[in-house]
Design a protein around this ligand. Structure first.
Ligand code: DX5
Ligand code: ZN
Length: 217
């Protein structure tokens, strides 16, 4: 099984964004996680298209865009144009799931769906064969630095069992929120292959070492 760390740019220093992204580019992190918030789907606003450009310029790593926005169908294609490799939208944010999947795929990126802590993973059963990634939220989306919710572990186990049962082994299970070297092992053991980490990476004395510690947990 793969082990991928996706540091969240939300916790970077925006006055030194290029420096922070170049640090990630030289680190063991394979992905860079980009949290887009609209102030409607979540009670916070982060950033949008203009910030994608300097990030894409500063790194060749996989850009993993997490859209916490309503009606994602209106914007997914533009995120692909802006350089996203994966575009993940929320199951709870739209009635037009098939349209979102088709738009992301047609624009040339990989497709992810995310579920909030209150959403059961079986809602994704019918979409599994069209997905490249499932993002399990282990905090309420909206803010970095929150406490990890252990209910996410059973969701990973459920999704891992489902993907094996259906022979869909290429789907990546990703978990986001409150992750550090203290719980990364539990999640990898439960079937997660990509872990998002914001404050535990950027708040560490050595972000590079914090990434290595999670990978080696
Ligand atoms: C929360 C975001 C997360 C967040 C993770 O809405 O989706 O990606 O930045 O931050 P930490 O690792 O600090 O919980
Ligand atoms: Zn995120």
């Amino acid at each position: 099984m793969k082990r991928i760390i996706a540091p969240s740019v939300l916790s970077a220093d925006f006055g030194n964004l290029e420096r922070d992204i170049k640090m990630l580019d030289a680190s063991q992190a394979e992905w860079v996680h980009i949290d887009v918030m609209d102030g409607v789907f979540v009670p916070n606003i982060s950033f949008g298209f203009p910030v994608m450009k300097p990030i894409r310029k500063a790194t060749s790593k996989v850009l993993d865009v997490h859209l916490m926005i309503t009606e994602p169908e209106k914007y997914v294609a533009r995120f692909v144009e802006a350089g996203a490799d994966y575009v993940t939208f929320h199951y709870e944010a739209t009635e037009k799931i098939q349209e979102c999947i088709d738009l992301i795929r047609k624009a040339g990126a990989k497709v992810g769906i995310s579920i909030k802590p209150g959403t059961e993973p079986n809602v994704l059963d019918e979409w599994l064969d069209q997905l490249d990634l499932i993002l399990v939220m282990s905090v309420e989306p909206g803010f970095g630095g929150q406490k990890f919710m252990p209910s996410s572990i059973a969701k990973c186990e459920y999704l891992d069992a489902k993907r094996r049962e259906r022979g869909l082994n290429d789907i990546i299970i990703e978990v986001d929120g409150g992750i550090s070297a203290a719980n990364s092992r539990l999640l990898f053991d439960a079937g997660a292959e990509a872990l998002v980490a914001g404050s535990s990476v950027f708040g560490a004395e050595s972000p590079e070492q914090a990434i290595i510690d999670m990978l080696n947990s």
